[in-house]
Design a protein around this ligand. Structure first.
Ligand code: FAD
Length: 475
């Protein structure tokens, strides 16, 4: 028997389950269809498990290489990687239980199975139907709906000819469940995911080489951040090959090694390691969801959505990684909320993607909001920059980690903050102040007038804001 809903959400990742909660809060009869586990990529293959591993790696590195500086003398520091993995699993399980409880609390009907769009039903005036092939083998469920939100997310991409076997050649999915650490690894792709893995594995003691096609790592970030990240990670022992075009046809696998060549400045250079991690981006999950039964358009592999998140069929919305753009968990969840509020006729401003914070959880961390110095110049702004190092921040010295800096890019004419770029310990938390400043259109002077507590890492933001007009106190 078909069931009827005000809104059905296809995909229970961060975008989908948050949309479901908001829909339920607003009184909509809501169903969520998830073929895997509630929480999606972020909870099971992305943000949370990778950060749990990064934290263990940081603790290991600190205990091994820094504890003595604090006067803490340890005899021998060893790694129990099975406990590292168990801790990660425990955190994921706890959060998964939390999300499941939130679905119950919101009286959201969760269907565990593969959903597929079928188009309108002949038995109902409602505009859409989803069939769900239930994971438990029960008969297919038919869900008739007024509105549908597609939130099917994305999966790792690879290079043609570089087949992922999740043993020797891994994606970030497979790497998360490694039972033992390799002695050495080649990481193809020096973007956000590649750099997080490089940093983590290096902290665990793995010999890491990163091969990046662009002429710098994390190429979407401000050039100063890329440069500093490369400098600091090189100092920690990571090898980087930039402007390196990996040649998949040169791949040679043996039982215990992977070798591949890359073209660099006209030369062909060979690289070998025990394992390889391919982190060259993501691709949208648009296959097998019944796209043929709709008029939804695809652009460059992603579902085309308007600023309201409606697709060409106006009762069908799409949000999160499946529409491309900034593929981040907090972006997916806010898009989910915005889509539901549009369904309810609430008149929101379109989401402003220029004011969303982006974070890299390597050691050191990096974070940013707004545009880079280069982009600001290209866009014709009369740019002024304030930069302040953690080296001159007392709390950073107390913490034993004074690498990095904060850089504020502002407009000389209007005093608007155009972008804030950070590298150093805890900057993924510090960036929120910069995000708030940009949302409130605060000037650097207003940020500096916010009296930051002493000693705290947040003082770096006040000093960088003063530095924009050459008034930093401690520099
Ligand atoms: P997803 O989380 O991918 O969820 C989609 C869900 O839809 C999945 O659960 C899938 O099983 C389900 N689904 C797909 N097709 C169907 C179907 N036909 N029927 C039923 N269900 C279906 N972002 C951050 O903001 N911070 C981070 O630190 C961060 N770290 C990351 C680290 C890694 C290694 C990776 C890979 C990603 C990371 N991300 C991070 C990105 C973040 O995980 C994604 O942006 C986010 O998960 C997107 O949410 P989503 O809801 O759009 O899709």
């Amino acid at each position: 028997m078909a069931r009827e809903y005000d809104v059905v959400i296809l995909g229970g990742g961060t975008g989908g389950y948050v949309a479901a909660i908001r829909a339920a809060q607003l009184g909509l009869k809501t169903a969520l269809v998830e073929k895997g586990k509630l929480g999606g990529t972020c909870l099971h293959k992305g943000c949370i498990p990778s950060k749990a591993l990064l934290k263990s790696a940081e603790v290991f590195d600190t205990a091994k290489n820094q504890a003595a500086d604090f006067g803490v003398v340890t005899k021998e520091v060893t790694l129990d990687f099975s406990r590292v993995q168990a801790r990660k699993e425990g955190i994921v399980k706890q959060l998964h239980t939390g999300v499941t409880a939130l679905m119950k609390k919101g009286k959201i009907d969760v269907f565990e199975g593969l959903g597929r769009m079928l188009g309108p039903s002949i038995f109902s005036p409602m505009p859409g139907t989803i069939s769900v092939e239930m994971n438990n083998g029960d008969e297919n469920e038919m869900l008739i709906l007024k509105n549908l939100i597609i939130a099917t997310g994305s999966r790792p991409r690879t290079l043609p000819g570089l087949a992922i076997d999740e043993e020797q050649i891994m994606s970030s999915d497979g790497a998360l469940s490694m039972e033992t650490l390799p002695k050495s690894i080649l990481i193809v792709g020096g973007g956000v995911i590649g750099i997080e893995w490089a940093s983590m594995l290096n902290d665990f003691g793995v010999e890491v080489t990163v091969l990046e096609y662009a002429d710098r790592i994390i190429p979407t970030e401000d050039e100063d951040i890329s440069k500093e990240m490369k400098k600091l990670l090189t100092k920690k022992g990571i090898t980087f090959a930039t402007s390196a075009k990996v040649l998949p046809e040169t791949l040679v696998k043996t039982d215990d090694s992977v070798a591949i060549s890359a073209e660099m400045n006209g030369e062909t250079i060979a690289f070998t390691a025990e394992k390889m991690l391919v982190s060259v981006g993501r691709q949208a999950n648009v296959e097998g969801i019944g796209m043929d039964n709709t008029e939804i358009e695809i652009d460059n592999g992603y579902i085309k959505a308007r600023p309201t998140f409606q697709t060409k069929e106006h009762h069908i919305y799409a949000i999160g990684d499946v529409i491309g753009g900034l593929q981040l968990a907090h972006v997916a969840s806010h898009e989910g909320i915005a889509a539901v509020e549009h369904i309810m006729g609430m008149k929101n401003e379109p989401m402003d993607y220029t004011k969303i914070s982006r974070c890299i959880y390597s050691n050191p961390e990096a974070s940013s909001v707004g545009i880079t110095e280069k982009q600001a110049k290209e866009q014709g702004f009369d740019v002024k920059v304030g930069k302040f190092p953690f080296m001159a921040i007392g709390k950073a010295l107390v913490n034993g980690n004074s690498d990095g800096f904060v850089k504020i890019v502002a407009d000389q004419k209007t005093n608007d903050i155009l972008g804030v770029h950070m590298i150093g310990a805890h900057v993924t938390d510090l960036i929120s102040e910069a995000g708030l400043a940009m949302v409130l259109d605060a000037t650097p002077w207003e940020v500096a007038s916010t009296i930051h507590p002493h000693p705290s890492l947040s003082e770096v933001m006040g000093e960088a804001a003063l530095a924009v007009d050459g008034n930093a106190i401690h520099m």
